[in-house]
Design a protein around this ligand. Structure first.
Ligand code: 13P
Ligand code: SF4
Length: 349
């Protein structure tokens, strides 16, 4: 039972001992108590790129969620071991598409559309889904390259199945000019297309998944804020619904939000619609600006928050004793195909 100060001291000691043999990547949604030890911080794209580029770390203690650690495992080489300090750090969105549902959907969609459809998956998905997409000619996307990757997909095929976040898929396709009435929902529970018109008219099929954090930002939040603070600019993540994105001033990935606030003039006023730990950090880093969360109750990602200082220390103390706790290892067959999807993305960004 160490105090916080003692835990901090121990983490520092172990990090020093391992030097560059140890890498701690930290996603922007992680808590400050963890982020303070991150060797690199970033959004999911930056962390994937960092994993792919790092050749010297033997141990990668990933401070983020399960699908990110899987990606890091697939993009690192022989002799590099990825650990997740708490196995309960999953992602409810990634869990909304399982591989059996996806294969069942694909069989039906191929009957409907033949070879005119390409699967794309948000990186927020399991390695098995990435492998499915890789095998079928598609790619992964992140929130910061979704537009580019959707454009790439339309060069290959006339239709897209977008997994598992309907909102990122809808918002991105809309920005590229796809009309909303040419987008349908795929319901994995009924294994049916939800669409009012002729299925032949559908261009984008959106998997019925969402982020439980970003869905908490509502049009009502925006209306309340416009009344209370009419001069405040609203910026949200594209995992928010179409209605929320449409009613906001700006929308973009985690990196886009950080960069936009960074570049904004002193004294500017912002309401941010994204994860709580990041919003709090942005507020702390910009005392010269007035910044609030768009949802006044703040919106934490509970699974991101499972990685805390005690779990990080537990992971590191294990390594110090020569034990690898909670290794994330994607089986080679899955990895072989998933890497195809990841590489198609990394080549384009
Ligand atoms: P990005 O890091 O790609 O913005 O994704 C946000 C997110 O929800 C991560 O889980
Ligand atoms: Fe998943 Fe949303 Fe949490 Fe990101 S913020 S890990 S998408 S639940």
């Amino acid at each position: 039972d160490l105090t916080e100060e003692e835990m901090i001291k121990r983490v520092k000691q172990i990090k020093e001992k391992f030097g560059r043999r140890l890498l701690i990547p930290g996603h922007h949604y992680q808590k400050d108590e963890v982020i303070q030890f991150a060797d690199i911080t970033g959004d999911s794209l930056q962390l994937a790129q960092a994993a792919a580029e790092n050749k010297e770390a033997e141990y990668i203690v990933f401070c983020g969620v399960h699908f990110m650690a899987e990606t890091a495992d697939m993009l690192t080489g022989e002799g590099q071991t990825v650990l997740l300090p708490d196995m309960r750090a999953g992602c409810s969105m990634a869990d909304m598409a399982d591989i059996e549902q996806t294969e069942r959907a694909w069989t039906k969609l191929q009957k409907m559309y033949g070879d005119t459809i390409l699967p794309l998956t948000y990186v927020n998905s399991t390695a098995a889904i990435k492998a499915f997409v890789g095998k079928n000619g598609g790619a992964t996307v992140t929130s910061s390259n979704a537009e580019k990757m959707l454009r790439w997909s339309f060069e290959q095929q006339q239709r897209i199945l977008f997994l598992p976040d309907q909102h990122l898929g809808r918002n991105t396709a809309y920005n590229l000019g796809v009309p909303l009435d040419k987008m349908a929902i795929w319901n994995p529970l009924t294994n049916e297309l939800e669409f009012d018109g002729n299925p032949e008219d559908v261009i984008v099929i959106l998997w019925k998944g969402h982020c439980s954090v970003h869905e908490k930002f509502t049009v009502k939040n925006i209306e309340d804020l416009r009344l209370a603070k009419p001069d405040m600019k609203i910026i949200v993540h594209p995992e928010c619904s179409r209605e929320v994105v449409a009613a906001s001033d700006l929308a973009g990935s985690t990196k886009y939000i950080i960069d936009t606030i960074e570049a904004a003039p002193s004294g500017s006023k912002w309401a941010i619609g994204t994860e709580m730990n990041l919003v709090k950090r942005i507020i702390d880093q910009h005392p010269d600006k007035e910044i609030v969360s768009l949802n006044p109750f703040m919106c934490p990602c509970l699974t991101m928050n499972r990685i805390d200082l005690p779990h990080l220390l537990w992971s590191l103390e294990g390594l110090e004793e020569g034990k690898v706790i909670n290794q994330i290892k994607v089986d080679p067959k899955t990895a072989e195909h998933a890497i195809l999807a990841l590489e198609r993305m990394l080549k384009h960004v």
